[in-house]
Design a protein around this ligand. Structure first.
Ligand SMILES: [Fe+2]
Length: 312
């Protein structure tokens, strides 16, 4: 029955999506081609560049001792803090020499299958726009600071760079099983909100964490959240919070370990046994979990974002 899933698509062009596969009906702006790429990067004005510089400086105050060493090394190797929003061409040249990845501008959130196709070709689609002073502290749509500062440093790590490409390929297989929700949870709990256990202690490598100061501190130091060793089958059944700090973070031992647990396995039996919705609530701790710590959940119990609860 899995004949269609056995054939690896040709990623040199956008693979054809079969009619029975559901894709979100996003409206493509008229100036954008089928690859959803902007013809060129936005020309940022001096206020935009200042916003980038201020966001960069704010993160540099909280990252040391909290961000994964792979992330800090990536930041060191790329010129992201030399003044204003980085130029994607220059950034892609530097990144290309390290791991063969490039950064390409997109206007907004793009359809999953196009996103996967770019990843499968080692292209990272980055939002073109930058937040304003009004949305300086919190923005739900990923902007250029989240996408470039948060994601690109990790793409200098060869193992993580391969993981991201394989994630794009896996996306096409998940599409055909209609299991994007489950694969999305894996992305969420690794690429966006992942923690790693280093010799000196817990560190964050997820872009959703490292592009903001509050969650950078909260994810590694607060008493509220659970921290649980990553189990892929478990994570793909776990719900997540989109617009607040996470009740649970999943921890990897190393990027090699992450690669082994995801790329070096067959997801088809898992996809066939997964229910349509998530099985576990985002704050759940299971008997079968390998627990680093059980959180107090105090922050969420006191009301979370929008209340006066402190992220402790
Ligand atoms: Fe992201």
């Amino acid at each position: 029955m899995n004949a269609v899933t056995d054939i690896e698509p040709d990623f040199s062009r956008i693979p054809v999506v079969e009619d029975e596969v559901f894709t979100a009906p996003l409206k493509r702006p008229s100036h954008i081609g089928e690859d959803w790429l902007e013809p060129k990067q936005t020309e940022y004005d001096s206020e935009d560049d200042k916003i980038w510089d201020d966001l960069f400086a704010r993160q540099m105050e909280v990252l040391p001792g909290r961000a994964a060493s792979a992330f800090m090394e990536g930041l060191d190797r790329l010129d992201l803090g030399t003044g204003g929003v980085p130029d994607f061409h220059e950034l892609s040249e530097d990144l290309g020499k390290l791991t063969g990845w490039s950064v390409v501008p997109v206007p907004m959130l793009i359809p999953d299958h196009i996103f996967f196709w770019h990843l499968a070709n080692r292209r990272f689609p980055a939002g073109n726009f930058i937040r304003t002073r009004e949305t300086f502290d919190y923005i739900q749509e990923p902007d250029v600071f989240h996408d470039v500062f948060g994601h690109v440093p990790m793409l200098t790590n060869p193992v993580f760079a391969d993981y991201m490409q394989e994630y794009g390929r896996a996306g096409w297989r998940a599409l055909k099983h209609n299991r994007l929700k489950a694969l999305g949870a894996l992305y969420w709990y690794t690429v966006e909100f992942g923690l790693i256990m280093e010799e000196q202690g817990l560190r964050a490598y997820g872009a959703g964490i490292l592009s903001g100061p509050t969650e950078t501190v909260f994810s590694v130091e607060a008493k509220s959240p659970n921290r649980i060793m990553l189990d892929v089958d478990r994570v793909m059944r776990t719900d997540y919070v989109i617009s607040d700090l996470q009740p649970t973070y999943f921890v990897i031992e190393s990027f090699e370990d992450l690669y082994r647990r995801t790329v070096k396995r067959d997801f088809e039996p898992l996809y066939e046994s997964l229910p349509v919705g998530f099985t576990y609530a985002n704050a759940a701790v299971l008997d079968s979990d390998s627990v680093v710590n059980v959180g107090s959940q105090e922050y969420l119990l006191r009301g979370g974002r929008g209340s006066d609860a402190r992220p402790v």
